[in-house]
Design a protein. Structure first.
Lengths: 380, 103
């Protein structure tokens, strides 16, 4: 293993990998990623793969729009086909307050330059005749939203990082970070010591543990989310459909299988990646009600993964005030994959230029929690 | 050649009631208690579906519902395991091409 690096990224999931890739792309040498297990072993490999731009805060919309631009170039730039498909996102509203929110959000999203529209119940029925629209008030529809395969994207980054001369070290755990007079000196792993002055904490729901190593508190916790996949059927479902009211999302992969999940009513902690029979029962019941067409489709398997939840369900991306060049990109709250390309670019800019250049992410700084926060509404 | 076991050293098979099932629209011989795949096998039909990517023929393989080799379209529903589905009078059975369409 190498013993010196200009940057050590802790966590080889999609966020850490995207940051390392962008650092290398911008010309930095000796970039090192340390992954505790295999590539895509954590939340990324368990992720549903949705990529959306319909958010309730304008800066999140901007960041997501930048991410979509980068996903459109991903195959060319990173070097692998990640099954990216821009079939759109359809959000369904069932109550007056939800409808008001959608209308307000669409107006704001349009002002950011996003091609997004409100669909009436009738328009939804025309466009997607297989959806049971009973009780639907309206929908929010963005056709450039879409989905991709997170596991392949993670692997694509890892391969690219190695090709570009970076280190991507798997099956290695960071056990400590040396800090002297507020400066980072090195990173201790169970596989050797790496001298460095810059550490990026991209350890997902375990990022607080890395923060503790330098004495800072990161308000992130793991929350288990369950998910299932069906057998493959011929393509019929273009958009990823989100239903906040009935609490689910569903998409059809390029392979033809349907991937769907919900937020459990009393979610288990992120450390628990077990599955429940209740999840299968709840999902089957509501999905067959809203998509009667899938009533005979078999479920192939179920699994679960951890969301790295922050107090306002938005990412926390910042540099520590007390420890110089300790940067964290965490708290993605279930939206790390879709934001990763833009976040990778922004964090690499923070490290190389000292500030973000392409996209303003100042809304994601830690000090917002001291001021008072508004939670992102559009979360499953 | 008879495709059914008539004599077995340990088990005894009592042939049950004759039912009519249709393969690609043509009636074939079937008996209550048989699986669809068994009835097709007895009738000399070995190709049960064509695979999604290369369109290769696939037939009876594991016979216990695990391998997906015998997926067929039965009464309009795709991806039905013909080895695990018992025949019913009037059943319409078709070879599945690819992944199957939801209707």
């Amino acid at each position: 293993m190498i013993d010196r690096a200009s940057v050590v990224v802790v966590g080889g999931g999609i966020v850490g990998s995207a940051i390392a890739f962008n650092l290398l792309k911008m010309g930095m040498k000796n970039v090192c990623v340390i992954e505790r297990s295999y590539v895509s072993s954590g939340s990324t490999g368990r992720c549903a793969g949705g990529i959306r731009q319909q958010w309730s805060s304008s800066m999140n919309v901007k960041l997501a729009m930048r991410s979509v631009k980068l996903f459109e170039q991903f195959e060319k730039e990173v070097g692998m086909n990640i099954e990216y498909y821009q079939g759109g996102y359809l959000l369904l509203a069932y109550t007056d307050s939800e409808s008001d929110d959608f209308v307000k959000n669409v107006k704001m999203q349009k002002s950011q330059g996003l091609d997004v529209d409100i669909l009436t119940k009738h328009e939804i029925k025309e466009k997607f005749p297989f959806i049971n629209v009973e009780g639907v008030k309206l929908g929010s529809w963005c056709k450039s939203d879409g989905h991709a395969n997170p596991q392949i994207a993670n692997i694509a980054y890892a391969i690219a990082i190695r090709k570009m001369g970076g280190e991507f070290i798997t099956h290695t755990t960071v056990t400590g970070i040396d800090v002297q007079n507020g400066q980072i000196v090195g990173v201790q792993t169970d596989n050797g010591y790496i001298h460095t002055n810059t550490v990026i904490d991209a350890a997902g729901f375990e990022s607080p543990k890395i923060g503790e190593m330098v004495g800072i508190t990161i308000p992130v916790y793991g929350e288990r989310h369950q998910i299932l996949v069906t057998e493959a059927v011929n393509h019929f479902l273009d958009p990823l459909v989100i239903n906040f009211n009935h609490n689910y999302y569903v998409r059809q992969t390029r392979h033809g299988s349907l991937i769907m999940g919900q937020g459990d009513v009393n979610p288990a902690p992120g450390e628990d990646i077990g599955n429940t029979i209740e999840f299968l029962e709840e999902m089957s019941e509501k999905m067959v009600r809203d998509f009667p067409i899938i009533k005979n489709v078999h479920i192939v398997r179920q699994w679960s993964g951890a969301y790295d939840m922050s107090p306002d369900a938005q990412p926390i991306i910042d540099e520590s005030k007390s420890v110089s060049r300790f940067i964290y990109a965490t708290g993605f709250s279930g939206h790390g994959f879709m934001l990763a390309p833009a976040v990778g670019e922004a964090v690499a800019e923070m490290i190389i230029y000292g500030r973000t250049v392409t996209t303003d992410i100042s809304n994601l700084k830690m000090d917002r929690f001291a001021i008072g926060i508004e939670r992102e509404h559009n979360v499953v | 050649m008879e495709g059914r076991i008539l004599e077995h050293p340990i088990l005894s098979f009592t042939r049950q009631k004759r039912v009519r099932i249709f393969f690609e629209g043509n009636e074939i011989e079937a008996y209550e208690g048989e699986s669809v795949a068994a009835a097709l096998h007895a009738a000399g039909i070995k190709v049960l579906r064509y695979t999604p990517i290369n369109g290769r023929p696939a037939g009876f393989f594991c016979a216990v519902g695990k391998c997906s080799s015998c997926l067929m379209e039965i009464d309009g529903v795709p991806n039905v395991r013909s080895c695990m589905t018992k025949v019913r009078d009037g059943m319409q059975v078709r070879r599945q091409h690819g992944k199957g369409d939801l209707v």
